[in-house]
Design a binder for this molecule. Structure first.
Ligand SMILES: *Cc1c(COP(=O)(O)O)cnc(C)c1O
Length: 380
């Protein structure tokens, strides 16, 4: 079955006890047991809740995995996966990794003796060169945030396998609708479900998905032990959000392509970063491993004054942190997602003061372009 069908027929769309076409919100913390000799499937809701489980199995299935785990945020999912590592372990991480991930790696996991090296992972040789005897994981994001750099996932996974180390991929920007890293040989897929998976800017949540039993039991141990689980209300909202994943992703992507092409033609726009443009350096690799460029793009303007004017005057996109909602969101990486990164580090990575990121929502693309045009090409 095609993914569009699997999104609707997940095997978890009908409540087994009542036939309800929507999985109920099991708002309970515990489950009564019949006998000390025999506990039911559920005992305490940190360990398992039927609403959360329906969501976890849905996300696992869409990613082509066998086990999914829902967490209270994307950072909770990412941090829980990083808790698989131990003091003395080393990680190779793509350099323009999500700012929050950069922060936990450099300020928290480093304190626990887990070291990270940040490399330009668009170059497999750079990943290989950074691998040491104690390297236990390669951590990637493609397209990366906010510069939409493309990393060869299959190549990286093969390299990791040859060295016996894990590949972790943050798949937030693509969602399984466009890209499924497990099918390319990666080991752990991570998500901020807050973004496109839920899609409605009303829940903070995260996921980890694997296709390996042993790895699944290690993540389950952290999920249950560390306890950063997603609650049943939020699980239900995300289940509902996912039902429209296909139409949201297709529509937003079509608008993103149109907007990226328009931006590329504007004199005051100095760079457009979008893997849907044929001159993007990662265009071929992206097309090999994904079925679309997605709905996030970044661009730079010719001055800080114009950048500020855009962020202050834009009407049809919210100027906000986050992405992946039904409403377009314009964000400013230098002071938002990457505020935790030192300035020199940011500038060196191209996350300059004139860079803005646009997450395209479900508004009419021509209206969005008219709004940008009014500001970018209007009088100073
Ligand atoms: C938002 C985001 C995260 C963090 O997720 P939260 O749900 O905000 O904790 C991680 N990775 C990427 C790529 C993101 O966009």
């Amino acid at each position: 079955m095609k993914l569009a069908t699997r999104i609707i027929h997940t095997g978890h769309t009908i409540d087994p006890t009542t036939g309800a076409l929507s999985i109920p919100i099991y708002q309970t913390s515990t489950f009564a047991q019949e006998s000390p000799d025999h506990f039911g499937k559920y005992d305490y809701a940190r360990s398992g809740n039927p609403t959360r489980e329906a969501l976890e199995e849905t996300v696992a299935q869409l990613e082509g995995g066998t086990h999914g785990f829902a967490f209270a945020s994307g950072m909770a999912a990412i941090s829980s996966a990083l808790l698989l590592f131990s003091p003395g372990d080393h990680l190779v991480v793509c350099e323009d990794v999500y700012g929050g991930t950069f922060r936990v790696l450099t300020k928290l996991f480093s304190r626990l003796g887990i070291e990270s090296d940040f490399v330009d992972a668009t170059d497999l040789a750079a990943i290989e060169a950074a691998i040491r005897l104690n390297t236990k994981g390669i951590y990637l994001e493609t397209p990366s945030n906010p510069l939409l750099k493309i990393i060869d996932l299959k190549g990286a996974a093969e390299l990791a396998k040859s060295k016996g180390i894990l590949t972790l991929v943050d798949n937030t920007f693509m969602t399984p609708y466009f890209q499924r890293p497990l099918e390319l040989g990666c080991d752990i897929v991570l998500h901020s479900g807050t973004k496109f998976l839920n899609g409605h800017s009303d829940v903070i949540c995260g996921f980890a998905v694997v296709a390996d039993k042993e790895l699944a039991s290690r993540i389950r141990f952290v999920q249950n032990g560390f306890g950063a689980i997603l609650g049943p209300q939020d699980s239900w909202l995300v289940l509902r959000g996912i039902k429209t994943l296909k139409v949201r992703m297709e529509e937003s992507q079509a608008s993103a392509v149109k907007i990226a092409r328009w931006l590329a033609e504007q004199k005051r726009v100095t760079n457009v970063y979008f893997p849907g443009l044929p001159d993007h350096p990662g265009y071929d690799i992206h097309n090999r491993q994904s079925s679309g460029p997605g709905a996030v793009l970044s661009f730079t303007l010719d001055s800080y004054e114009l950048t500020k004017k855009l962020l202050e005057q834009v009407e049809l996109a919210a100027f906000a942190v986050s992405l992946g909602g039904v409403e377009s969101i314009l964000s400013y990486p230098a002071r938002m997602s990457h505020a935790a990164m030192p300035r020199e580090e940011r500038d060196a990575r191209g996350i300059t003061d004139t860079l803005v990121r646009l997450s395209v929502g479900l508004e009419d693309a021509d209206d969005l372009i008219a709004d940008l045009d009014r500001i970018i090409n209007g009088p100073d």
